[in-house]
Design a protein around this ligand. Structure first.
Ligand code: MTE
Ligand code: MO
Length: 423
């Protein structure tokens, strides 16, 4: 994380479009964030889920999983860039009354619970009283690729597009906690969004509440973010602020954050105790039988396992035999930088290194590319696997758990190769 120059209140209001033409965060942002939006083609149903494309406010046409609450998946071709445009960024809410307007003049962020000084911060306070920091980080739903699990599990049947990478700017969570002076005996910090709704009936789940233990290292990397790729957060992605927990699954990235509560007891609310739990087994995998028998210890989901994706060629076009193409994609891990990406042309029997693109930090998408010349006509299959610096390599087996979380099997893409003909 780098500490940019402290920005004045006026500049931040401008950034939000209140005080005139938006101030660019340009100097802080990698040039890729400013690229024009790619043209969309028909969604690739083998890669994405298969809902209709609908444009919600501030959003490009995205794939609808549900519309109440809103859940939208990002089509594959937006992952050709290492930064996902805000307007194409996926959306997931659990409760159906999520905000569609915020009056910033009345809005407050409260920091309370086991603290010596309760804080009630205006948006200006948040922007001007605490140093602004930035981090590039992937936000990925725990259930990304859930539709791959066998046997199928209930929950949103996401393809691979419930993820995105952005540059997040905000105050460090730890700065706020220091200012509030956490009391001895505190054990966890709970986060609450403005959204309300019924949630699973009878579970006290009408508010979305997540928490991090105070001794959790990820807490010290976390931001209370008010900018996403140098712009205000879209309403559907949590305007005006959200928690960013680099390396961890998106369920902790509480949107429309309005309460930070320091707890003196472990958090046993529905969203921590019952939802988003994974088997405490290698890779978080178990079997339907052991899950049904309650034979496996469940723990809260946390960091994201290493994954990589082949973005192009996407299989929508026939490629000529004998002509070289550049195969491109992205990779990331919640356990450290991507150290290596490899591709295979023979279904995983042999692998060769792809070339890694610019390093945007340990929590960001890392682009990769490799030259490939299809030799024979017919259907070719490419596979891609990544290894992170902690030594975790993507396996060629799926996982299974009742929540449908943690999918990270090696991805494959079939491509039709036609005769090259004569030139
Ligand atoms: N307030 C609030 N924050 C939330 C949620 C929610 O339902 N309410 N869902 C979480 C989950 S499970 C995901 S996947 C991400 C989705 O973030 P996005 O909509 O910005 O892509 O938000 C997280 N933060
Ligand atoms: Mo999620």
């Amino acid at each position: 994380m780098k500490d940019p120059d402290h920005l004045s209140r006026r500049e931040w209001l401008k950034l939000l479009g209140v005080g005139g033409a938006g101030v660019a965060l340009g100097e802080l942002l990698p040039p890729e964030t400013g690229r024009p939006l790619p043209q969309r083609q028909a969604p690739n149903v083998a890669w994405n889920s298969s809902g209709p494309l609908v444009a919600y406010p501030q959003k490009l046409p995205l794939i609808v999983l549900t519309d109440r609450p809103v859940q939208l998946e990002t089509p594959r071709d937006y992952f050709a860039s290492p930064f996902t445009p805000n307007a194409a960024f996926f959306v997931r809410w659990h409760l159906d009354q999520h905000p569609n307007a915020i009056d910033l003049s009345r809005w407050r962020l409260e920091v309370g619970g086991q603290v010596r000084r309760v804080l009630s911060l205006s948006f200006d306070d948040l922007v001007s009283k605490y140093p602004a920091v930035t981090v590039a980080a992937v936000n990925q739903c725990s259930g990304n690729s859930r539709s791959r699990l066998q046997p199928r599990v209930p929950g949103g049947q996401w393809g691979n597009g419930a993820m995105g990478n952005a540059v997040w700017t905000g105050a460090r969570l730890s700065s706020l906690l220091e200012a509030a002076e956490v009391q001895p005996g505190a054990v966890a910090v709970q986060f609450e969004g403005l959204d309300r709704g019924r949630g699973p009936i009878g579970k006290g789940s009408h508010r979305f509440l997540k928490s991090l233990n105070l001794d959790e290292p990820a807490l010290h990397d976390s931001l209370v973010a008010y900018a996403m790729n140098g712009e205000p957060l879209p309403m559907l992605n949590g305007f005006p602020i959200r928690l960013v927990v680099p390396g961890w699954f998106a369920t902790y990235w509480v949107k429309a954050l309005t309460w930070i509560r320091v707890l003196d007891q472990p958090d046993d609310n529905f969203w921590m105790k019952s939802a988003y739990r994974i088997p405490d087994t290698p890779r978080g995998s178990t079997t339907p039988d052991s899950a049904r028998a309650g034979a496996v210890r469940m723990i809260p989901i946390h960091r994201m396992p290493v994954r990589s994706f082949l973005i192009s060629p996407d299989g929508n076009a026939k490629l000529p035999a004998g002509l070289p193409v550049t195969v491109r994609g992205i990779a990331f891990s919640g356990y450290g930088r991507v150290g290596k990406v490899e591709i295979s042309e023979d279904d995983g029997h042999s692998w060769r290194d792809a070339e890694l693109g610019t390093d945007h930090g340990p929590y960001a998408f890392r682009t990769w590319e490799a030259a490939w010349t299809p030799r024979e006509t017919g259907v070719a299959t490419l596979a891609v696997r990544a290894t992170d610096e902690a030594g975790n390599m993507q396996p060629d087996e799926g996982v299974w758990n009742p929540g449908g979380y943690l999918w990270n099997r090696i991805e494959r893409q079939s491509i039709v190769v036609g005769g090259g003909g004569r030139l």
